[in-house]
Structure formats: structure tokens, C-alpha cells
Ligand binder design. Sequence first.
Ligand SMILES: Cc1cc2nc3c(=O)[nH]c(=O)nc-3n(C[C@H](O)[C@H](O)[C@H](O)COP(=O)(O)OP(=O)(O)OC[C@H]3O[C@@H](n4cnc5c(N)ncnc54)[C@H](O)[C@@H]3O)c2cc1C
Length: 290
Amino acid sequence: MKPAPFTYVRPKSLPEALGCLDDDGDAKLLAGGQSLVPLLNMRLVRPTTLVDINGLPGLDAIRPGPEGGLVIGALVRHTDLLASPLVRERAPLLAAAAAHVGHRAIRNRGTVGGSIAHADPAAELPAAAVALDATLTVVGPAGRRTIPARDFFVGPLVTALEPREILTEVEIPGSVERGWGFAEMARRAGDFAIAGVAGVVTPAAPGRGRSSTARLVAFGAGDTPLRLPGAAALLAGQPIDRALARAAGEAAARECAPRDDVHATADYRRHLVGVLTEQVVLDCAARLGS
Ligand SMILES: Cc1cc2nc3c(=O)[nH]c(=O)nc-3n(C[C@H](O)[C@H](O)[C@H](O)COP(=O)(O)OP(=O)(O)OC[C@H]3O[C@@H](n4cnc5c(N)ncnc54)[C@H](O)[C@@H]3O)c2cc1C
């Protein structure tokens, strides 16, 4: 199918892009187009103007953030996350998550900002952003503001972005040492996950396997990336072994909120969250050297 008619504009600066959004209340931003274009073609969305943000300068870079962190521009492609030595060094969880996004052609076009702003509950990068405690910078008519990733995802395809706001950057805080894990189950490579889990464990001190904080986030298992605080709390301050990882998996299965759909039943998703959490916790511990 073809999209409904729209006006296409390609602003050259952020203020110009904000002006375009101001000019037409029914405008939509176009980044990689990997989610938006199918929706346009199926006429599930009918914006009167498409504001192509690919010409905005400075949004396609990955740069070091403070204290070992990372700042990622909204127009960085999934492929760039995979190719970046800085991402692999400072936030390897992000690269692992990006490797699961669709197929190569999709990763070449799809952007970090587009994936996060689109907020598909089964998408990998939103969950990774929450697990890494990322902060999102957005710019709009009222200026610039930052939103913790954990507060950004409000519902399926619904975020804390106000109308006419543009997501510009994702900041990942630094950490001296961090164990991480990422696992998902999909029917075929390249499909959206039926369910997945991203996790980060940070040790209290240079002690092996002793965690001070843990963040575990499920995706495809609720309306948004779903934090699993009960499972994470079990790990705090404890040496991680198989029994503890299993207990965390059981807690995670209890606290997720999946739905039935054509791809899987809620029960199967709940089971997957348990198994994947156990695996992710063990991977976190292995990367911490315990
Ligand atoms: C066959 C196929 C398989 C896929 N598989 C997966 C998968 O396994 N996992 C996965 O996570 N994704 C998957 N995707 C989607 C893909 O990852 C997209 O890259 C991503 O969801 C959207 O990014 P985009 O840059 O293409 O955004 P677009 O499609 O351009 O935009 C998506 C939405 O975000 C808004 N938007 C874009 N950028 C911004 C911004 N900077 N600020 C504010 N709003 C913005 C747009 O207005 C639009 O509403 C798949 C897509 C296809 C076609």
C-alpha cells in the first residue's frame, strides 16, 4: 500500500526542525523510517508533514561521557553501536542489544533515537537504556530537559515525550566495573523477541561477585520495558551462584506482566522471563569474574 499524501521537509538545524513541528500540529519526525514507513504504508498513521531529521548536524555521533560514560546521538544507527569500540568498551550491553534488532538492512537505517521514541514494548534498546540507567535529552518549545529512561516509557508506543519535542541524546552513566547480561528468545533471528531480559550488576567494592546494585529489565513481557526490582533486590550484596540466579529468575517470572497475543501466551512469556533472567544473572556474575 502507499502512504496518504504528506509534505516532506528536511530541516538543517534543530531550531528549524522545531519550527517545522510548530507549523504543523500533525507533523511527524522521520529518522530511520524502519517503524514509521511501514505504519505510513499501512495508513495506520497519516501525518500531514514528515520532518526528516537526518540533516540535523551533530546527532549522529557517539562520544565519551563523564566518568567513563557515553553520550549517543539520536541519529546513531544500530549498526554504529555494533561497530563502535567506545560502545563495546563502555556499554557492551548496548552493542549486544543492537545485534538483536531486526536484520542488517534495518540496523543500517534504524536509529537509537527512533527505537527509543517509538517505544515498542518488545524492542531491545529501550530495555537496555533502562538497565543501563540512561538519561534522555529532549528539546522542545520549552527548551531542553532530561528524562531518566526509567520514567520515559509510559505504555505501548507511548512515552513521556511532549508533542513537538525531539529526542536528541542518550547518556549512559559510567561505571568502573559492571557485570552485564542480555538474552532474548525470538522465533527466528531478526524477529522481535517473544521476551527478553537485560541486566547490569555493579559490585560494591573490588570483591569478586559481590553486588551492591543490580538492575534487571524484561521486554516483551509487559506494556513497557519492565523493571524487575524484586529479582534485582535478591542480588544486592550477595555472591551470585546458581541457586541465587534461579531464585532471581523465579522472582522475575512472578513480577512480570505479560499478555497473550498471536506470538505467545502470557504463561510462556512468564516462563521465558524466568529462564532468561537466570541466564542473564549468571552472565553478569561471570563478567564480574565470580
Ligand atoms: C522487518 C523489521 C524488523 C524489525 N525488528 C526489530 C527488532 O527485532 N527489534 C527492534 O527493536 N526493532 C525492530 N525493528 C524496528 C527498527 O529497530 C527501527 O529502527 C526502530 O524501531 C525505529 O527507529 P527508526 O530510526 O527507524 O525510527 P522511525 O521509524 O523513523 O520513527 C519511529 C517513531 O519514532 C519517532 N522518532 C524518530 N526519531 C525521533 C527523535 N529523535 N525524537 C522523537 N521522536 C522520534 C518518529 O516520529 C516515529 O513516530 C524492525 C523493523 C522492521 C521493518
